[in-house]
Design a protein around this ligand. Structure first.
Ligand code: SF4
Length: 213
C-alpha cells in the first residue's frame, strides 16, 4: 500500500473537500493560528467576530485594543494566548512586506521565517504555506498520525519533519494533491477513523492492518 493508493481511495469515497474554507490568504493565516487546539466551528465564530468589527486585516489587528481583540477571539479558546500570537504574526507579516513580498521568497526560506515567529509551530506554518501561499508542503497533524499509524504506513511518534518528508517523497510534489489530501485526512479522522474507529464503515478497511492486531 502507498500514500497515493490511500489518497485515491479517500478521494473516491469522500470527493473534493474544497479547502481551505476562507475568502483571502490572510484569512487562511488567521484561521491557521486560531485553529490550534480547537474545533473549526469555534474558529469560524471568532473570524466572524473579527470581520464584523472590521478587524480582519493585519493593520486592524495590530491597532485594535487588546481587550477588543481578546473579545473577538473568545470563541476559539486560549484567547489571550491567541491574541498575542496573532499580533506577533501580523507584526512579522507587515514588516516582511505582506503577501506580495512574501510570495517571492522560496519555500524553505519562507518556512524558516514563519517558524521564527513566536507562536508559529510546524503544523501552523505548513497550513499557511500550503493553503495561503500554495506551496507544496505536506501538513502533518494528529489525525495524520492516527490514521497512518493504524495503516502501518507511519510511526505515530515519529518526529514531525520525518513524517513530512515521508509524505513529500511518497507523493508527487503537487500543491493540489497536498491540499486535497490533508483535507481528506481530516474528514476521514472526524467521520470514521476516530479515537474509537468505525472500521466496518471504512473505505480503507481492505488495506488497513489495524484490525489484524
Ligand atoms: S479500517 Fe479502521 S483503523 Fe483502519 S483506517 Fe479505517 S477506520 Fe481507521
Amino acid at each position: 500500500m502507498t500514500f497515493t493508493q490511500v489518497y485515491k481511495k479517500l478521494l473516491k469515497h469522500y470527493g473534493r473537500q474544497h479547502w481551505w474554507p476562507a475568502e483571502t490568504p490572510f484569512e487562511v493565516m488567521v484561521g491557521a493560528i486560531l485553529t490550534q487546539n480547537t474545533a473549526w466551528t469555534n474558529v469560524e465564530r471568532a473570524i466572524a467576530r473579527l470581520e464584523s468589527r472590521s478587524c480582519l486585516t493585519p493593520q486592524a489587528i495590530l491597532e485594535a485594543p487588546l481587550s477588543e481583540l481578546v473579545e473577538c477571539l473568545k470563541p476559539s479558546g486560549y484567547f489571550n494566548l491567541k491574541a498575542q500570537r496573532l499580533r506577533n504574526y501580523c507584526q512579522w507579516y507587515i514588516d516582511a512586506g505582506e503577501f506580495p513580498c512574501l510570495s517571492c521568497i522560496n519555500t524553505d526560506a519562507l518556512r524558516k521565517q514563519l517558524l521564527a515567529v513566536n507562536g508559529i509551530g510546524p503544523e501552523t506554518a505548513d497550513d499557511i504555506l500550503l493553503y495561503a501561499f500554495e506551496r507544496p508542503v505536506f501538513v502533518i497533524d494528529a489525525y495524520t498520525r492516527r490514521i497512518f499509524s493504524r495503516l502501518k504506513l507511519l510511526a505515530s511518534d515519529a518526529n514531525y519533519e520525518v513524517l513530512r518528508h515521508q509524505f513529500e517523497t511518497g507523493l508527487q510534489m503537487d500543491v493540489a494533491v497536498f491540499n486535497e489530501y490533508h483535507a481528506l485526512i481530516v474528514r476521514h479522522a472526524k467521520d470514521v477513523c476516530k479515537k474509537r474507529p468505525d472500521c466496518a464503515d471504512c473505505c480503507l478497511v481492505h488495506i488497513c492492518l489495524f484490525c489484524e492486531e
